[in-house]
Design a protein around this ligand. Structure first.
Ligand SMILES: [Zn+2]
Length: 456
């Protein structure tokens, strides 16, 4: 059977594949500035050894996106493998046990910045493409690899650019897309991520009236204004619901039910959650709207009534909670307190008003009809076969490039699945388990093989 042959080949070539991942980790793609072109050139060389054509799309200073596919025909079904080549900077290098660019290999792990997020997933997808080429199969459909830059700084120059300037230009319709982000959480089963939360970062500036603090009634204290707004943030979600009924895509109950099936009993699962606070908070964040007041500044002197206060709030939004609804609800909270909202931060000294500035925004995204997908069921069964445990389906609390694929009305059937523990991403002493990395190559290769040959 071809699947057994694929598994055997990957096991035999394990050392070679681990070295390839090490090579990618050792290339510095800290973003900023990125330098992703160095990794793209490495991948191009690796794939061209097997006569796989690669297109490089350079931009900026030593940056690039890469596009490769198994054949030149896109008129049938197309599967996309997307992976980012950039990594976050390492922070204090002295705090790393092994240097972040070492790619140190031990018996069970590979260390280094990006090992988990996500040079592991990137290498596994590249290897799957190369392996499939060597199988010399009759291709009914097509597999496309898109290795992108810029994910860690927003993805406009990476995935978004590639959708608009490569995929759409070549008139490629996608039937399914996998982004190889790390989708494990410690010892829990692997996760198939169906959606991600959105984000709205809002700067709120309250403008009051300055006066001597011995006569505070002559002024309007901007910090007190801000305090009123902050206290009313608790009503904020109700305010959103009054604008639009918001259905929860996946409730906390559904998520817990899904997960508890891996434990002998619900009590065991609850006990696990109590002992693993980080997992509990991850699950909470995955199924709830959150807001966090992260910066605040106001006042100039201990005897002056402050005329300005600035606060920055980070809202993390569930699918269906658009940034537009969130902003409207927030404005309602302020106007109900009796404050005017102005379009400009400028005003006269006697003006009392609030000014809002959107610092960052990205929409949430979710594959609504995932329960009906035969392709997803097939992928789950391959993951179960390789990892020996059924995967879980859930929403991701952080954001990834998936929203570009889902929300540009391009490929709603986009999931995240990849090797590595998501909780290790962006941390000091980042590493990936070799077994997980090798397993992911098996999953990507077998799934793509069946897709390419219409075998399911
Ligand atoms: Zn990532």
């Amino acid at each position: 059977m071809i699947e057994d042959h694929i598994i055997k080949t990957i096991d035999e070539k394990k050392k070679e594949y681990v070295r390839f991942l090490q090579d990618l980790i050792q290339i510095n793609t800290y973003n900023p500035p990125g330098n992703e072109k160095d990794v793209a050139v490495k991948i191009k060389g690796f794939l061209e050894e097997s006569n796989i054509e690669c297109e490089l799309f350079p931009f900026g200073s030593n940056r690039a996106n890469l596009f490769a596919c198994l054949n030149k025909k896109f008129d049938r079904k197309n599967l996309l493998y997307n992976a980012h080549m950039d990594v976050v900077p390492p922070g204090m290098e002295s705090e790393w046990k092994h240097p972040p660019l070492s790619g140190l290999i031990t018996k069970t792990k590979i260390f280094g910045r990006g090992a988990t997020d996500m040079k592991g997933g990137l290498a596994a997808m590249v290897i799957a493409l190369k392996l499939l080429k060597s199988l010399d199969i009759k291709l009914e459909n097509n597999l496309i690899l898109n290795a992108v830059a810029d994910e860690e700084t927003g993805g406009n120059l990476g995935t978004e650019w590639c959708i608009n300037n490569v995929l759409k230009k070549k008139s490629i319709n996608l039937d399914f897309a996998i982004i190889g982000e790390p989708s494990g959480i410690f010892t829990l089963p692997k996760i198939i991520i169906l959606g991600e939360k959105g984000r709205l970062v809002l700067k709120v500036i309250t403008n009051g009236i300055s006066s001597h603090s011995s006569t505070p009634f002559l002024g309007k204290n901007a910090i007190s204004m801000m305090s009123e707004i902050i206290q009313n943030l608790n009503n904020f979600e109700n305010e959103m619901r009054s604008i639009k009924e918001i259905k929860s895509s996946m409730s906390q109950e559904e998520l817990e039910l899904n997960l508890s099936s891996f434990f002998p009993s619900t009590e065991h699962f609850q006990e696990y959650l109590e002992k693993n606070a980080h997992v509990k908070s991850f699950l909470l964040a995955s199924s709830q709207f959150t807001q966090s007041l992260n910066m605040i500044e106001g006042g100039i002197k201990d005897n002056v009534i402050p005329d300005q206060c600035t606060a920055t709030i980070d809202f993390r939004l569930l699918p269906n909670q658009t940034t537009g609804i969130t902003l409207k609800a927030f404005k309602n909270v302020i106007t109900k307190l009796g404050y005017e909202i102005r379009d400009s931060p400028q005003g006269k000294p006697e003006d009392v008003f609030v000014y809002l500035e959107v610092v960052k925004e990205s929409e949430a995204s979710f594959w609504e009809s995932w329960r009906d997908s035969a392709m997803l069921k097939h992928l789950s069964s391959i993951i179960e076969r390789i990892y020996k445990v059924k995967p879980i389906h859930m929403i991701f609390p952080a954001s990834s490039d998936a929203h570009y694929l889902r929300n540009l009305n391009y490929c709603s059937n986009t999931i995240l699945f990849g090797p590595g523990n998501g909780m290790k991403a962006h941390t000091t002493n980042e590493y990936i388990d070799i077994k997980d990395f090798i397993n992911s190559i098996k999953v990507y290769t077998i799934f793509a093989y069946n897709f390419l040959t219409n075998t399911y």
